[in-house]
Ligand binder design. Sequence first.
Ligand code: NOJ
Length: 530
Amino acid sequence: MSSNDPRDRRAQPWWQRAVIYQIYPRSFADSNGDGVGDLAGITAHLDYIAWLGVDAIWLSPFFRSPMADFGYDVSDYTDVDPLFGSLADFDQLLEAAHARGIKVIIDWVPNHTSDRHPWFAQSRAERTNARRDWYVWRDPRPGGGLPNNWQSSFQAVGPAWTLDAPSGQYYLHSFMAEQPELNWENPEVEAAMQDVVRFWLDRGVDGFRIDVVYKLAKDPALGDNELARRHDQDWPTIHDRLRRLRALVDTYEDRVLVGEVYLYDLERVVAYINSGDQLHLAHNFVFVHLPWEAQTVRGSVEQFQQLATAAAWPTWFLENHDHPRVASRYADSPEQGRRRARVAAMLVCAMRGTAFVFQGQELGLPDADVPGERVVDVDGRDPERAPIPWQPPSAAGPGAGFTTGAPWLPLVADAETLAAEVQQEDEASTLAFVRRLIALRASAPALTAGTQRSLDAAPDIFCFSRELEDQRLLVALNFSSNPVPLRLEAELGSHAVLELSTHATRTQLELDPRELVLEGDEGVILRYTG
Ligand code: NOJ
C-alpha cells in the first residue's frame, strides 16, 4: 500500500474518518450525587465510549460559569467549574481518553462571555476603562431607544440590547443578557481568545468546537438587519479571522476546528470550509432542519456536494443539545421514532464525511417530558438534555444510574427499557445496531474514504453508492413507514451481501439488490460481490 493510497489510514486525517460523540457533561454521568453530571462521571464511562467504537468525544462547556445558559456563559475560560470538577479531573479525563485512543474536542465560546467574567465587570465599570471596548457598547438612538433592530437568537429574550443604567449605554448580547457579546473588532479581544486556544492546545486537547462561529464578525457600523441581508452575523471579515485562528492551530499537530455555522444557506456554509485554510469542519444546520423526506434530503446532500470544493470535507449530524431528538421530531409514535432513529444514525454514519452522534442518540432516546415546574432553559431545550439512563430505574432507583441524587432534569419516560445496560444485553437493540454501524464504518474504507453517488431507487428511498477501488457498497434508506421495492439500474450488479440492516429481523445475507423490498423505516447497507 503506497502512502497516497486512500486505503492507507495515515493518508486521511483522523477527523475525516471519525465518528465524534458529543457529550453534554451536565447530563452524561454524575459521580458525586449532586444531580448534575461531571468530568469524573465521563472518565468513569470511557470504557462504554470505547466499546461503542467512536473515535473522539466533543465536550460541551465545563468551564467556570454562573450557568445562566448552562455553561455557554463562561466566567473563566481556563478553569473548570467546581460543579464539573477541577483541572486535575480534566487532565485525568484527557489522559484516560487518549489511553483508549479517543480524541478529545472541547467547546470554545469566543463570541460572548458571562456577565460575571472579570473582563465584563471592568468593561462595565466606567466608560473610560481600558476594557470598555472589549464589549459592544452603544448610546441609545437620538431621542432614546435601542441602538438598532438586532434581536437575540432566543425568542424569549427579545432585543439583543440591554441598557446599563449607570453608564447610560446599551450592551449587545445575541443570546441572554447574561451573555454580553465580545467586540471582535478589537484586536486585543482576538488575542485574548487566541490565548485561551493556546492554553488548551498546550494541555493536549485535539481540537475545538467553535460556538456560534458565524457571529464572530458583524457589521462594525451596527447597521439594522434588512430582509435581504443580516448585519449581525456572517460579515465578510469572518474569513480572515478564521484564517488567523487556523494558522495558530496548525502550529500544533493533527488538531481540528469544527464550527457551529448556523446559517440556512449552504453557499454561506461552504464559505467557511472551501478554501482549506479556515475551519476543518462546519456543522450543517440546513440538514438538521430538513423534513424527513427522502428526496428533500437527497437534494440537500447533492447541493452540498456541488458547492463543496475538493478542499472541503462534509460533516453530518442530526442531533445535538439544541434540537429535539430524532426519535421525537421525525415520528408520530414512539415505535416509529425508535425505527427512524436507526435510519437517521445510518444516514449520518454512512455518508461521505465526518459523523457526529449526540449522547443518547445511540440509545434511540426520545425527548423527555419536562413539566412546567421543571423547565430550566430559556429556549425550550430541556427535553433533549435529559440525563442518560445508564441502568433501569427498577434496579438503580429513579436516577437510573445517572445519579444517586435528584437529577437536574427529568429522565425520559421509557428509561426502564432504553437504559444503556439493558440495551447492551440485547443484540436487537438500537445500541447494538449503532455499535455495529460504527464498527462497519471503521472497517470499510469505502465508507470513510470512498466516493458517494446518489442512485434512483424509489421516491421514498434515499439510495447512494459508496465506492473505493474494488469495494462497492450500496446504502438504501426508506423514509416511509411502508414497504418499498427498490428499482435499481440493472448495471449496478445482481449479487450483494447484506452488511447491516436497521431491522434485526432481516436475516437473509446473500441477495439480489434489484429484488430487494425494504420494510417501512428500514435502512440497509449492502456490499456488491458481483
Ligand atoms: C450555541 C450552543 O450550542 C447553545 O447551546 C448556546 O445556547 C448558544 N450557542 C449560545 O452560546
